[in-house]
Structure formats: C-alpha cells, structure tokens
Write a protein that binds this ligand. Structure first.
Ligand SMILES: Cc1cc2nc3c(=O)[nH]c(=O)nc-3n(C[C@H](O)[C@H](O)[C@H](O)COP(=O)(O)OP(=O)(O)OC[C@H]3O[C@@H](n4cnc5c(N)ncnc54)[C@H](O)[C@@H]3O)c2cc1C
Length: 336
C-alpha cells in the first residue's frame, strides 16, 4: 500500500505503531504477535521495554511493547479515488446507486437484478461487506457464516490533550475476540481518534445508538450462532453496552496505557459498522472467507486490515478467478 501511495502521489505518513502490554499476563500473546510479525516479514519490528516505550510515546505506560516503526497512515478516500481512476483507465465501468436485489445463475450466465437495472455476465465476484451473507444466499450459496453488525464509536482527542498521544497505540488483542480493542488512530489532518468500541448494532446500517431495524435485529437474534455467542459472552456484551453509554468508562480503557487522558478531554466522534462473520456454532470468524458457487466468487468476510491489504487480497481473488473460472466459454456478455 505504501508503494501504491508513492507511485500515485497519495500522501502517507510513516508514524509507527506500538502494541502495549500493560499486564504480565499479556506477555505471551505479545511475544506470539512479535514472532508472527517476524515470520511474515514485517520490517524492523522489535519488542521494547518501558523506557523505550516512553521515548516513542512519552505518556504511555506498559510492561513491554511491540514497536512497528514502518506502520503508516494515509487518507483512504484518496486511495479509493485512485483505484477508481485505475479501473476506468483500463476500460472498467463503475456503477453506483445500484442495489443488487437478485442473483440468478444458469448454465450459461449469471443474471444480476438491481433496483434500477438488470445485467447478464459470465462471472461474478461479490464483495458485499455487511450484506455479504445475503448476497451469497441470494445466489444459492450458504447463509453461514452470517454477518452480525457491530457498531463502533470513535472519540476525538481534544486539542488540550492532543499532546498525550503521538501516533498509533494499540492494546494486545484478546484471542477470544477478533476486535482490535480500543486504540488510537492518527488521521492525516493530525487529529487523534480513539476507539472503536464494539456494540451489537440494532440494524445492518444502524450507525447511531438510536437507529433500529426490526427485521435486521430479528435476523440477528434468531440466528443459532448468535444465541450460542450471546450465551458464552453475555457478560462482555453487557459490559460493552454499559460502556457505550459512559464516556468515563470508555476513557478508562484508554487510561490503562495512557493514564493522563481524562473523560472531559475527548469529544464523541463518528461511528462505523463492523461486518462480523459468525459461524452457526457461535464462533467469531477473524480470517478471510471466500467461497465459490459455480461462476460466482463471494468475498464473505474481509475484516480489518482488508483496506490496508486490499491490493494483495485483490491479487488473491484474481488468482482464484483465473484458476477456477472458465474464461474461454463463449457466452455473450450483455446488459438488458
Ligand atoms: C470503524 C472501522 C474502522 C476500520 N479501520 C480500518 C483500518 O484502519 N485499516 C483497515 O485495513 N481496515 C479497517 N477497517 C476494515 C475495512 O473497512 C474492511 O475490512 C473493508 O472495508 C472490507 O471490504 P469489503 O469490500 O469486504 O466491504 P465494504 O468495504 O463494506 O464494501 C462493501 C460494499 O458493497 C456494497 N453493497 C452491499 N450490499 C450491496 C447490494 N445488495 N448491492 C450493491 N452493493 C452492495 C456496500 O454499499 C459497500 O460499498 C475498518 C472497519 C471499520 C468498521
């Protein structure tokens, strides 16, 4: 992604990241993360002690940390705008405002109906995000893993406390949850976002606490996998919901590694919806899931960092298509 930004003149900043262990019990997981980073060729990562941590993040505390000096940030909107230009310059067409309502596959072609149009194609790749499971099911694929929407709110550090965090500070991930935990995100404009929390959203596009979609919610609550998950983690879920309504409790999770931040030092910012894949057995899926039904490939789960890793993921999917799609089948591609 850094190379892509360089080639396309998209500004980025090499700000670095620290993953901070605040308790001895987190050290084996931190060590594991370090070893995986080394195995995957992440450049210059190092395990550092509290003094070195203070040199990088003067207001952070921890027993040990993982430092990745090459971790960088960019403005992803500019990346996506550039992807659009790439696609169009190669003869591709991007159509927006076309909600897909039906997908039908015959021996000869795939028919796609949208709210405004209909298309016929030989092959189809879907990447539906929070609706990925519905698109897969619409074309005869399995409904599981299902997508459960989790809302994540961000808080923005006020100018008066902005000096307390330099760049990206993350907690050690909890292996039971695919969520990254509340962390700091430096934006290209210099602002510092804190979050996100992870609360069950009452609809797939329920970006605000008050948003509610009865049929989405019923679909979630009646899913076997969700009931199993809720039974196992009801306490964590409840704590998250309580924290959702308390700025003080939210800030407390940041104070674990930056104690000087205060509850009145942050403003409520925007929210996002995380499309979380869940198996029928109640397991949260934290890896990529692609599946294929004939001439259709579904990207069913592309969790974070799927934006950062979009280029290698795209390559992987293109290879999957090249290996399995029959590109030589002589069928006319038409729009009706
Ligand atoms: C709050 C938040 C912060 C994140 N931060 C990062 C980060 O810092 N770095 C990182 O790498 N990743 C991050 N991610 C994760 C990243 O956004 C996702 O991994 C990535 O967007 C997944 O890509 P996708 O193409 O699968 O789905 P999406 O990006 O959700 O795209 C799906 C698209 O399909 C469209 N669609 C859905 N249904 C239909 C339909 N029926 N008809 C037509 N179109 C449809 C949607 O409108 C959408 O445009 C973050 C996610 C969240 C929620």
């Amino acid at each position: 992604m850094i190379r892509y930004c360089q080639v396309h003149n998209i500004p980025y900043r090499r700000c670095g990241k620290v993953v901070v262990a605040t308790e001895e019990s987190e050290l084996p997981r931190l060590q594991d993360l370090y070893q995986r980073g080394v195995a995957n060729g992440v450049p210059e990562i190092a395990l550092i002690g509290p003094e070195q941590l203070r040199e990088i993040e003067p207001h952070a505390v921890g027993v040990r940390a993982l430092h990745s000096p090459n971790t960088s940030i960019t403005d992803y909107r500019q990346v996506v705008d550039s992807f659009v230009r790439d696609i169009e310059s190669m003869g591709g067409v991007i159509k927006t405002g076309q909600e897909v309502t039906a997908i039908e596959q015959t021996d000869q072609q795939v028919r796609i109906k949208t709210k405004v149009d209909a298309f016929a194609t030989r092959h189809l790749i879907t990447c539906g995000g929070v609706y990925a499971d519905r698109l897969a099911a619409a074309s005869g694929g399995a409904l599981d893993p299902r997508i459960i929407p989790f809302r994540g709110d961000y808080y923005i550090l006020k100018e008066s406390q902005r000096h307390l965090i330099q760049a990206l500070i993350y907690p050690v991930p909890d292996p039971n949850f695919p969520f990254l935990g509340v962390h700091s995100t430096l934006k290209m404009d210099g602002s510092m976002w804190l979050g996100p929390n992870a609360v069950l959203a009452f609809g797939r596009e329920s970006y605000r606490r008050s948003d509610f979609n009865a049929s989405d919610l019923w679909e979630t609550l009646s899913a076997r996998g969700f009931r199993k998950l809720a039974f196992k983690f009801w306490r964590t879920g409840l704590d998250e919901m309580i924290r959702d309504f308390s700025q003080k409790l939210f800030v407390k999770s940041i104070q674990k590694y930056v104690p000087d931040i205060t509850a009145d030092g942050v403003d409520l910012g925007p929210s996002g919806i995380r499309a979380q894949a869940l198996t029928a057995e109640g397991e949260l899926v934290d890896d990529f899931v692609f599946d294929q039904v004939g001439a259709i490939i579904h990207v069913r789960n592309a969790p974070s960092p799927a934006a950062t890793a979009s280029l290698p993921i795209g390559e992987y999917i293109a290879k999957m298509a090249a290996d399995t799609f029959d590109f030589h089948r002589p069928v006319a591609v038409a729009q009706s």
